[in-house]
Design a protein. Structure first.
Length: 576
């Protein structure tokens, strides 16, 4: 039922003729507002993740002004509110350590201030799930404004894709095939504008997912950050959120089981980041939608990759995807694999939004009859080494490793791993399986992106560019190769990965979704009895809280006390 002015949440702060509301009114007058700003108008929070150290979001300070313009145009009152800024490349030890902090901050910012709806501004890897998780838990109408991808990179006439080509050229430099000057040329050409990674890394993956979920204006996720259309989209977000407040279009009406399946299907079809699995599960659980690893794997088995974008694709980047018709065109190609009746933030169904979408380049956005890869981007593996699951990206690896066995080379830390891969005399063959452990949610801490284990220098110099690599860490969505990730439970808490030794034979079977170590259960039990837990990582602060409440990768790495099923909704603040 449409809201009336007296039903606005902000009216609880400003409307009553009493002492406290007089104080509220006088204080917003202090910053230049007057009665026309708070009387009968929705107050819209513009939640901004801009900072000077967030290259992906560097333009959001400017875009907030366009959102404000749209809010004013629609008869609302905009208020810009900063939250934690996620800078994937600069935030140490990993931005994943702070995703849940960002979600808490968003939820409590929206809850504690006199706002009626929100525009969420983000895009760099962990910012998207953090913003959505917090806003969903609060329950106010919101619309997500994707930061957008940067322009294509360029060096010596070659297109460069962020992350993906860094790994490629770094291997060539370590192999002695390119010079320091060429390496620095790549460095100067790979990030030519503000915006997120322009490969189908985690940033573009997550923006595409929230678009497919119905949480953005249709196709907003595909607009490049520097394009003028991005400014117009920002203004349109400001206009639309005001109407969403009057319509009371809350996230529970949009984030349904059907739209969640749409989001997963689109993720698989785009050649998505492995990180998508963790964030999808976490966001869905916040919306009280059950989603498991097995659900994701089942959808992946029947959804081919049709976005020919690096790293799963070969030739194209997000800018090319935009010119080809973007996410709307890809969803049109998916056809009846999607539930077209799902509601979206513009008040229309997904089917209505994509009805007129056109695919302008069927090599960038492939038809289902000519996919980049015959199944979805990701696969979930299980076995005695990963009883709660592990994840890999078969579309971005050498196919010969789909079924493989080889002796493990085990590293207990990233420092030890670096010694192994840089030692040209370390005994190994291309069949060896590099193992990194103690890099999971608690062990990392925060599950850093160490799972894209660099190729050993000795093998690079012999011409090898892929091998099986196994860890309880994550990897960047821009990465590629035969990397098995998110092994759960993690080694740091005594998962089976903690028990293996160098020389143990690791077996991987992607078609049958198996990951195991060739050891008897009796031998594993003997080793488990002898295992000694490592000392805790933290004794105070955020890390202490994180370590005691973080769930494992298969549960989305949310905090146990933030799940929807944990308890009753948080009450609204009392106005006194």
């Amino acid at each position: 039922m449409p809201k009336k002015p007296e039903d606005l949440r902000s009216a609880r702060w400003f409307a009553p003729d009493d002492l406290r509301s007089m104080g509220h009114r006088s204080r917003v007058m202090q910053i230049g507002m007057d009665g026309q700003d708070w009387t009968g108008k929705p107050v819209i929070a513009i939640i901004n993740t801009w900072s000077d150290l967030s290259p992906c979001h560097h333009h959001l300070r400017d875009r907030a002004e366009f959102v404000k313009k749209g809010v004013w145009q629609a008869g609302g009152t905009p208020v810009e509110m900063p939250v934690h800024s996620f800078a994937e490349q600069l935030l140490k030890p990993t931005s994943m350590l702070y995703r849940n902090m960002g979600a808490i901050e968003v939820e409590e910012t929206l809850r504690s201030f006199p706002v009626d709806g929100a525009v969420l501004m983000g895009g760099c890897d962990k910012s998207t799930p953090a913003l959505v998780m917090g806003a969903v838990s609060m329950g106010l109408p919101f619309i997500f404004l994707p930061a957008g991808a940067m322009l294509r990179g360029n060096y010596a006439g070659e297109k460069l894709g962020s992350g993906t080509d860094v790994w490629k050229y770094w291997d060539e430099r370590r192999a002695g095939n390119i010079t320091k000057d060429q390496w620095e040329g790549v460095q100067g050409g790979i990030a030519r504008s503000y915006g997120t990674c322009m490969t189908m890394g985690t940033a573009s993956t997550m923006m595409s997912i929230v678009d497919a979920w119905g949480l953005t204006l249709p196709g907003a996720s595909t607009i490049p950050a520097p394009d003028s259309a991005h400014k117009r989209m920002s203004t349109a977000c400001g206009r639309r959120i005001v109407d969403m407040v009057w319509e009371d279009l809350t996230p529970d009406r949009i984030m349904t089981p059907a739209s969640t399946r749409n989001a997963v299907t689109v993720a698989m079809a785009t050649g998505c980041s492995t990180n998508a699995i963790i964030h999808l599960i976490a966001m869905a659980r916040r919306a009280d939608v059950p989603l498991t690893l097995d659900d994701l794997d089942a959808i992946g088995r029947t959804t081919p990759v049709i976005a020919n974008i690096r790293p799963s694709g070969k030739d194209y980047l997000m800018e090319d995807f935009f010119y080809a018709g973007g996410l709307n065109a890809l969803m049109k190609e998916l056809g009846d694999k999607l539930d077209l009746s799902a509601m979206t933030v513009n008040g229309r169904t997904l089917g209505e939004n994509i009805a007129d979408a056109v695919n302008y380049n069927d090599d960038v956005i492939r038809p289902l009859s000519n996919p980049v890869y015959h199944e979805g981007s990701l696969a979930v593996l299980r076995g005695n080494l990963a009883p709660d699951g592990a994840v890999m990206k078969p579309a971005a690896m050498d196919p010969k490793f789909q079924v493989h066995s080889g002796p493990a080379i085990v590293a207990d830390s990233y420092a030890q791993l670096k010694e192994i891969i840089n030692d040209e005399d370390h005994p190994m063959t291309p069949d060896s399986v590099l193992v990194l452990r103690n890099a999971g949610p608690q062990g990392g801490p925060g599950m850093p992106e160490w799972g894209m284990i660099p190729m050993p220098k000795a093998l690079l110099k012999k011409g090898h560019r892929d091998m099986v690599r196994l860890s309880d860490a994550r990897m960047s969505g821009t990465s590629y190769g035969a990397c098995v990730l998110h092994v759960a439970p993690e080694a740091f808490i005594g998962g089976p990965l903690a028990l293996i030794r160098t020389g143990d034979v690791i077996e991987i079977d992607v078609p049958n979704r198996r990951l195991s170590v060739r050891l008897t259960e009796a031998e594993l039990e003997t080793r488990r009895a002898a295992w000694v837990p490592p000392p805790p990582r933290y004794e105070r602060g955020w890390g202490w809280m994180f370590s005691r409440h973080i769930e494992q990768a298969d549960k989305g790495c949310d905090f146990d006390f933030l799940r929807t099923e944990f308890g009753a909704p948080v009450p609204e603040p009392e106005i006194n």
